[in-house]
Design a protein around this ligand. Structure first.
Ligand code: NAI
Ligand code: OAA
Length: 268
């Protein structure tokens, strides 16, 4: 069968890992047809490294008619490109899942996807256990929380902190609220919280706390679910990618999702 053609948006910490995984054949029967970033020089360098087209504009990307677009570029890029992708029947794997924190926007994209017959596949990102979360979410009364701890440097430039210097000798709680509020002030750190909210009680009903922990060398996410089904705790200590904000596991989750989409028998 002809390999499916993938366009990659963003080639930073996660984009590099994803491109390398696709090129190495880890994802299955796919080919990386091109890369688009906001920096033409970076786009050219990455396209040379990975042997694919350099899209200097998003229009060039859509004209090349990829089957699938992977977003590893941030919320602004996803907001700009999601609707054109869906309208052009380009399936999407977005990493900046935080853009779906508002129900009205999610419903709008769902409606548009249905109209155009386009799929948006949400990856598990830097956490996991979405099968369990989906099952637990069948409970009428479910309470869900996520506690995210990162080393101070991984949180440092978040709007929430407004340049505040975090202590290097003790853990400090820097946020407490729901996932809609959390992603506004930590756009590069709590996409996982919005994803957990979408899979369970809704981003607006998910309790989120974020702490800076100077003893950590990884990003630690602890998810607690309590309902009639019982209690589940999922804890992930994820090694950072070359970008301190993001866990390498998020790139692996995209490769793993591609692999499932290309399989006749797979875990769902
Ligand atoms: N779902 C999840 O669990 C996770 C999601 N993320 C999301 O993934 C995104 C990417 O993460 P990293 O690779 O670590 O970021 P990065 O900062 O290392 O790389 C971002 C790349 O996107 C490009 N870019 C930025 N704005 C753009 C635009 N408007 N149009 C096209 N390209 C643009 C940059 O040039 C760069 O190549 C994060 O911003 C975050 O939203 C990150 C970690 C986990
Ligand atoms: O990579 C991580 O550990 C989580 C993250 O940045 C996000 O969800 O935005």
């Amino acid at each position: 069968m002809k390999p499916k053609r993938i366009a990659l948006v963003g080639c930073g910490g996660l984009g590099h890992e994803i491109a390398a995984g696709i090129k190495a054949g880890q994802a299955g029967n796919y080919t990386l047809c091109g890369i688009y970033t906001d920096q033409p020089k970076l786009t050219a360098a990455c396209s040379e490294t990975f042997g694919c087209a350099a899209y200097l504009t998003s229009e060039m990307m859509f004209l090349d008619k990829p089957d699938l677009m992977i977003e590893a570029a941030g919320a602004a890029a996803l907001k700009e490109l999601l609707e054109p992708a869906v309208k052009n029947q380009v399936d999407v794997i977005p990493l900046s899942v935080g853009v779906f924190s508002h129900r009205a926007y999610m419903d709008h994209i769902r409606q548009m996807a249905e109209t155009h017959g386009t799929h948006v596949y949400l990856p598990s990102g830097a956490v996991g256990g979405f099968d369990l979360m989906g099952a637990a979410a069948l409970d009428r009364e479910l309470s869900v929380s996520i506690h995210t701890e990162k080393p101070p440097q991984a949180l440092a430039d978040a709007p929430c902190l407004a340049g505040r210097i975090l202590p290097d000798h003790e853990t400090q709680l820097v946020f407490s609220g729901n996932a809609v509020e959390a992603i506004e002030v930590f756009p590069q750190n709590v996409n996982v919280a919005v994803a957990v909210g979408l899979a369970t009680v809704g981003a607006d009903n998910l309790s989120v706390t974020v702490a800076a922990n100077p003893d950590l060398h990884s990003n630690r996410h602890t998810i607690d679910l309590k309902g009639e089904f019982g209690h589940a705790r999922i804890q992930i200590s994820a090694a950072p990618s070359s970008n301190v904000h993001s866990s390498k596991l998020a790139a692996h989750s995209v490769i793993s999702l591609l692999k499932r989409l290309d399989s006749w028998i797979c875990f769902m």
